[in-house]
Design a protein. Sequence first.
Length: 278
Amino acid sequence: MKVNNLINILTSTALYFMLVLPFAAAQEVYKNDELTISKLEERTWVVETSDMTTMYILEGDDQAMLIDTGTKCKDLDKVVSNVTQKPLVVVLTHNHVDHAGNIHFFDEVYMHPYDTIVYSNSHYKGEFKWMEDGYIFDLGGRKIEVMLMPGHTPGSVIFIDQSLQAAYTGDAFGSGEVWLQLRPHVPMTQYYASCVRMEELMNEQNITKLYVGHYPYLKRPLDLSYIIDMKMLAKRVSEGDITGAKDYPNRGVSIAADNPMIITNGQAMIVFDPENIN
C-alpha cells in the first residue's frame, strides 16, 4: 500500500472517531411504532419520530421539560412518562405543526407570543403561556434560558442549557438547511442579526453544542463553525448577493413562496424567496 493512501486512510479513520463516535453513543431507552427515545447526555433525551420530527426531554431535580411536541406521537404524555415522572413543563421552539402538532396532550404550553400569527391552534383546549426573551425556567439545579431568534418564524426561540454547554435550537438555524421562504415573512436582515447574536452567545457563554429541530437528519449536534457559515451566508443574501443560488421545489407547503431558491456556504444552506428578501 502506498504511503499516501495509508495516510489518507488513517486520517479518515481518526476523523471518524473524533466526529462520529462521540455522538454515536446515544442509548435507546424506549421505542414504539412511531418514535424512538434515546439518552443523549446526563438527564437529557432525544425523541425521534418516524416522520423525522424531534423533541427533547430535559430533567432537573424538581421538574422536567419537553421541548416541542412533534406530530406522529399518540399518547405523547404517557410516552414521556416512560422517561421521567417529574412535573412537566412543555415549551415550543416555534409554532409550526411539526413542532406543535401534539400540544393537545398537555394542559399548558409555553411559546413566544410573536408566533401566534403563524399557525392556528384553534383545536387546542389548554392554556398558552407566554415566554419572552431572557425568560428562565428553573428545573431545579438546571436553568434553561429562552432567547428570541427570529427568522424561520417571527417568534422562533432557542433554549440555552448551561449545564451541558448546549442549546436546543428548533428550526431557528435549521438542521443544515434553514427555511426562510415561509409566510409570515421575516426580513433576511433580521435573520442575519439572529445569526450574529447566536455567534456572540456561543462565544460569551461557551456554548459548544446545538441540538437541532430535526435531529434524525444529522444524528449529532452542530457547532459554532456552522453558525459562522450561516451568518456569512445570511449577510450575503441580505445584501442582495445570491450568486450560486438554485431553484428549490415548493414541496406543496402552503405557507411557502411559490418559487423559492436555495444557496449554500460551507455547512450552511438557506432556502429563501428571491422576490421577498428584506
